[in-house]
Design a protein around this ligand. Structure first.
Ligand SMILES: N=c1c2ncn([C@@H]3O[C@H](COP(=O)(O)OP(=O)(O)OP(=O)(O)O)[C@@H](O)[C@H]3O)c2ncn1[C@@H]1O[C@H](COP(=O)(O)O)[C@@H](O)[C@H]1O
Length: 115
């Protein structure tokens, strides 16, 4: 699975570095800047939530998969625009493998963080 994320990350970085905004969607988003990219992430997030609600009613999960792909893709564009390697996110998820979410939340509270 991570091969796909790594390959897509490499493609996105290549488009940011080398592509013409007139012929590359990624280059066009990068050229429009962070606000436009964040607008797209928010839009895709909303569409994913609606697809999940619809799937819960209809049982058809096709749109949920499609919208989640859009959300992940635009999140990768955001990370690349911010010079964050998606591998760092995978590393953070891997770091959490042996950590229960409930234990992690308790340790946050212990350290005075309430988020
Ligand atoms: N995975 C994707 C991908 N997923 C979604 N999209 C685009 O994301 C956009 C989604 O926006 P919307 O659905 O909101 O459509 P829209 O209304 O046209 O968008 P706006 O006008 O509102 O910006 C569409 O243009 C999709 O084509 C993607 N565009 C590119 N990729 C990957 O990125 C690579 C590089 O793409 P280019 O930069 O275009 O060469 C491609 O080879 C793919 O692997």
């Amino acid at each position: 699975m991570t091969d796909v994320l790594q390959q897509l990350t490499a493609t996105i970085q290549d488009r940011i570095d080398n592509a013409d905004p007139n012929s590359s969607y990624v280059a066009s988003l990068h050229a429009k800047g962070l606000n436009k990219i964040l607008e797209k992430v928010a839009e895709e997030c909303t569409e994913t939530l609606i697809a999940a609600k619809d799937a819960a009613i209809s049982g058809d999960k096709k749109d949920l998969i499609y919208e989640t792909a859009d959300l992940w893709f635009h999140s990768l564009v955001m990370l690349s625009h911010m010079d964050v390697d998606s591998q760092s996110v995978l590393d953070e998820l891997a770091r959490r493998f042996d950590l229960s979410g409930i234990a992690e939340k308790a340790s946050r509270t212990q350290h005075g963080k309430q988020n």
